[in-house]
Every structure is written in structure tokens, then in C-alpha cells.
Design a protein around this ligand. Structure first.
Ligand SMILES: Nc1ncnc2c1ncn2[C@@H]1O[C@H](COP(=O)(O)OP(=O)(O)OP(=O)(O)O)[C@@H](O)[C@H]1O
Length: 242
């Protein structure tokens, strides 16, 4: 039972962004996805959520091949995501931003508002309900984007750099929230982050990409001990000098 990429390749014109990438996101766990700039992390998330079709290989949700589904089909099947930018509807208040997603998932208006209120309550964000999304402080906007992704209780949640631009304290609070999503809701989370410390502190399993390929995966100890990971981040020369 997992959301998986199986031997996935993605090319943009002649450029291979992903080559034979296989990885699994397990329910109830936070899996980390790290790698230098341009490694292919966002392309992985796009492929895992139907925003990008794999050229080769498959995206499989608990035994079901989703590779040909459009993005809204992934969402309805229980795979939600956040984006690097919040992408909220600025003209709507926070409750309506969440309720829109509920309606898109097939709920009636009242049920969608109820689901939205429940998620905001679960996250301790009730006070934001009637605030216009456009005026939200940056970290609140990012938290509301996560709340919106939780509408409909997705089985899997993919978070693309959710801590970008946050202070250490805000990032620690965010880590607590992600931990709660995995443990209390049983959601399988994939966390993409440039903040490698945050990923290593939060994730039982970490996948490292470089040049569109998986160069390492394992627990914190395996990642810290990996020569391939050091080389990807610091380069072979500096590694020898160290
Ligand atoms: N639509 C596209 N057309 C052409 N090239 C693309 C497209 N999307 C991504 N790429 C290229 O594919 C490679 C992987 O990009 P991707 O955004 O997945 O990397 P990333 O690891 O998320 O990077 P970053 O950490 O900088 O966000 C990069 O070289 C990027 O320029």
C-alpha cells in the first residue's frame, strides 16, 4: 500500500528531467525528497500528482495505475499537493478558498463549508476563516494552502518546499504540523525541502535526486554517510579536500 513512481522517465524536448526514477510514499509516514537545484524534485511531484505525464514508467496508487489520469483525477483518487507559491484565490476569504476545493471534490456547498471549518479547526486556524486570502501574512498563506490540500482527507499529501522563506521557529512549527498530518490522519506525506536539516529531522526515509536520477535513499544515517550525496551537494573536489 503506497503511492509509487515505477521506473519513471520524463523528458522536455531532448532534455531528460527524470531517468528511471522509482520511489514510494508510505501511508502514515513522512518521506523526504532532496537534491540540488534542478535535480528533478518538482518534476517528481508534478508526475506524482498528474500535472506531468510520465514519458516512460508508471505512477501507481495502491495497485492502481494512475499514469494517464488528469490532475483532478489524482486529487479525487486521494492524492493532494501544495505548490511552491500558495496559489490561493486572493478575492475569496479563507473558508471559501477551502470550500471551493470541497465543491470541486463533489461535496455540496454546505458540506464543503463544514469540511473547511473542520480542517481549519484541526489546524488551529479558525481565526482566519473570514479573512480575505489576499491579505494573509506569508506563513499563514502557506498554512492555509496546506489546509486546503487536506480537504477531503487525502491519503497522500505532497508538499513542495513548504518551509521556504520561514524562520527557524516557523519551520519547526510546520514540522510539527506535518508530523501530525502523518501520525493523526495516517496520510502519507512527501516533503520536498532545501532545508536538509528539517528533512532529516522529520523523515524516516529520504530519497536523494541528482541530475534526474535517484542517487541515494535510506534513513537519516544512510543519507549522512553517503559519499554520493556529499558529492552531489559539495562536488567531488571539495569532498576530497574535506
Ligand atoms: N516545463 C519544462 N520545460 C523544460 N525544462 C524543464 C521544465 N520543467 C523543468 N525543467 C527542467 O528540468 C530540470 C528539473 O527541474 P525541477 O524543477 O524538477 O528541479 P528541482 O529539483 O525541483 O529544482 P529546484 O530545487 O531548483 O526547484 C531542470 O533542469 C529544469 O530546468
Amino acid at each position: 500500500m503506497a503511492l509509487t513512481l515505477e521506473q519513471v522517465g520524463v523528458a522536455f524536448g531532448g532534455f531528460r528531467a527524470l531517468t528511471e526514477v522509482s520511489l514510494a510514499i508510505e501511508p502514515g509516514q513522512v518521506t523526504g525528497l532532496i537534491g540540488p537545484n534542478g535535480a528533478g524534485k518538482t518534476t517528481c511531484v508534478n508526475t506524482l500528482t498528474g500535472f506531468q505525464r510520465p514519458g516512460t514508467g508508471r505512477v501507481v496508487l495502491e495497485g492502481r495505475d494512475l499514469s494517464r489520469l488528469p490532475a483532478h483525477g489524482f486529487r479525487r483518487a486521494g492524492v493532494a499537493r501544495t505548490f511552491q507559491a500558495g496559489r490561493l484565490f486572493g478575492g475569496l476569504d479563507v473558508l471559501d478558498n477551502l470550500a471551493c476545493t470541497g465543491v470541486g471534490l463533489g461535496l455540496r456547498r454546505a458540506a464543503a463549508e463544514q469540511a473547511a471549518a473542520e480542517v481549519l479547526h484541526w489546524m488551529g486556524l479558525e481565526a482566519l476563516e473570514s479573512r480575505p486570502a489576499a491579505g494573509l501574512p506569508y506563513t499563514d498563506e502557506r498554512r492555509v494552502a496546506i489546509a486546503r490540500a487536506l480537504i477531503g482527507n487525502p491519503r497522500y499529501l505532497l508538499l513542495d518546499e513548504p518551509a521556504a522563506g520561514m524562520s527557524e521557529k516557523e519551520a519547526a512549527d510546520l514540522a510539527d504540523l506535518i508530523r501530525r498530518i502523518a501520525t493523526e490522519k495516517g496520510t502519507g506525506c512527501l516533503l520536498i525541502e532545501h532545508n536538509v536539516g528539517l528533512v532529516l529531522s522529520l523523515c524516516a526515509h529520504v530519497v536523494v535526486l541528482d541530475g534526474g536520477r535517484v542517487i541515494e535513499q535510506g534513513d537519516r544515517a544512510a543519507i549522512l554517510a553517503s559519499a554520493a550525496v556529499r558529492e552531489a551537494y559539495f562536488g567531488a573536489d571539495q569532498q576530497e579536500a574535506a
